[in-house]
Write a protein of this length. Sequence first.
Length: 512
Amino acid sequence: ESVHVTGKPIVMQEPVFKIREIFYKAGVHKSEDYKDLDDHIAVELEFVQYLLDKGETDAAQEFINTHLINWIPEFHATLYFAATTDFYKGLSLLTQSFLFRDLYPDNEQYKNEIAKLSSVVEGLNLAGDYVTIAKGSREPEPEKTIPTHCYICGALCGQKATVRDGILIKTSGLKGDPKGGGAICPKGAALRAQIYSAYRIKEPLIKENGRFRKATWEEALDLVADKLKAADPSTVLYFRGNDWNNWYHEALFDHYGAHKVTHRPMCDNANRMANEHNLNDKRPWLNTAESDYMIFFGQNPLSTSYGRRQVTMIKNALKRGAKMVVFDPRKSETAAAATEWIPLKPGTDGSVAMAMCYVIVKNELYNKEFVENWTYGFEDFKKRLLGEEDGIPRTPEWAEKISGVPAETIERIAKEFAAAKAKGVGSWAGVSQVPNGYEGTMAVQALNGLLGTCDAPGGPSLPFKRKLKSAWGEGQTKPPKNAPPKLDKVKMWAGAIPAMFPKNVAEGKIKV
Ligand code: SF4
């Protein structure tokens, strides 16, 4: 009922609370053994049957008028026209006829359908105990708030879950939490819609003859296990996302001997690896809380913050008068809120960053003390910038030809950034999802290195690395790995790095 009455594809909405209230007064509750929803059509119809069995005709009619009538006509019209078998068409006609015969006693169609199908229904021998409802009132649980955290992205922002009678009704920020800072992003706030999505798949589905059918977990797991046993493990590719049970399904496939790919190639792998190799932290947060000048390359933290506190920090910094420059081909949410949005051609971020480094080094604007004590490779990098290595100075004019960003803009931003007191520059998947993502990110991070922003107010915060405790419990042994023979990397990764695909095809590494 929730879905059809509200028009939103979300179950467990207000009608469920109303149904529970009516059931409570009637001295019944939804049976624990019946796993579907309280406002499922089967439950509502069986409740009508229960009332009729007790001789409470008025109460049954009242329930039909206040609940079933609100959604059954539309639902059954949809079912009737979508049904591809006579069984469902008949079921639709019979239910409507049963519900409306009292409202429209002269309607011949309803009378005929009941007469036609009643013998079929009798043949089904449906008499017996109630299936969906059980006797006895169940006290509703009082509303409570549970401190927890959001699972939608890896930031794991702290979250308050408000639960009424076992149903999640709201999620909000958890005060004092370091990742969310007391707030959550729109995705975290919409968690309820995800959990109670009417489209959520809660049982295994097996495809047969082009259609899916429901299956038990036993059947589905046996099917997959049989297929895996029959396959040569070195021909199997295991792909995992960023869920919180990686440790055991990854161990399973490592032991089985499959090749594996993680979510990273689709995300920010190049960015992450370059950050890790250059800063020893894969995804440093800019300390925007103290920033006077922030630059983002291919990063949209106001929309995909990976920790909602970042949004608050950036917004507060902007209110304080900090400058935010966003290099992005697309006018993202962050670009729209920026002091200056500078569009550039996709995949050319590295050239702009290199030209900014050129301006900073050429004009001796870099932090000499930091460069001398906390970086390595400066002399080689300088040669590269000035073109002493390959005859190509990485000037703003050079970068303009590649990126489309005017040379004077690059020069101006580089000088402004170098002169700002608290500053930092960051990048993310926008720089990463191109063939030169690793190099582009290194060029961006070179700006932080040259200006000594690392761990300084406004710059990237570089936390100490902590080794996480093993997920395996005491006495549990991780199964040994059976690594498969190495695959041709190009073939293995091509599908996962779309940006590399045309190049690999052009070089004949992949045949299409
Ligand atoms: S950033 Fe949003 S989606 Fe990610 S954990 Fe925080 S609230 Fe959830």
